[in-house]
Write a protein that binds this ligand. Structure first.
Ligand code: RTP
Ligand code: MG
Length: 136
């Protein structure tokens, strides 16, 4: 089943020069295609809409600050079971709990600065695609 998902390489991934490494892993998955990609510093309005489910949590404000701290790379990836596949490629939220071989498991240590976002289901993918790439 072909799907589309929204991926963000967070500001830590850009600052640390890990964009090529991470995109390489996505590109090597059979049949997945990058439909759109842009280096973009995310504004407050977009971030509030994107992470609105977390508003009021203790990590929300620091997360907003981190996500606005520099450019991210935003991508749309299309392919077979790409929503679940990218969540697997990313690994669990806490990089120390993430297995080696996953992006967070290989490169992360800090929960907030965990390198990558990927839509967590069909509904959020649809919402996030509209938010980040309304013309697509
Ligand atoms: P994401 O939304 O970025 O793809 O990450 P996720 O689904 O794996 O995790 P989620 O629970 O949605 O949290 C969103 C992002 O907030 C930061 N976070 N910090 N305890 C903390 O300090 C904490 N918890 C979450 C992470 O950047 C996480 O990816
Ligand atoms: Mg999430």
């Amino acid at each position: 089943m072909s799907q589309r998902t929204l991926v963000i390489l967070k500001p830590d991934a850009v600052r640390r020069g890990l964009v090529g490494e991470i995109i390489g892993r996505i590109e090597r998955k059979a049949g997945w295609t990058i439909l759109a990609m842009e280096l973009r510093t995310l504004d407050e309005e977009t971030l509030e809409a994107h992470y609105g489910e977390h508003k009021g949590k203790v990590f929300y404000e620091p997360l907003m600050g981190f996500m606005a701290s520099g450019p991210s790379v935003v991508l749309v990836v299309e392919g077979e079971r790409v929503i679940e596949g990218l969540r697997q490629l990313a690994g669990p939220t806490d990089p120390i709990a993430a297995a080696p071989g996953s992006i967070r498991g290989d490169f992360g240590t800090i929960v907030r600065e965990n390198l990558i976002h990927a839509s967590d289901g069909e509904e959020s993918a649809e919402r996030e695609l509209k938010l980040f790439f309304p013309g697509l």
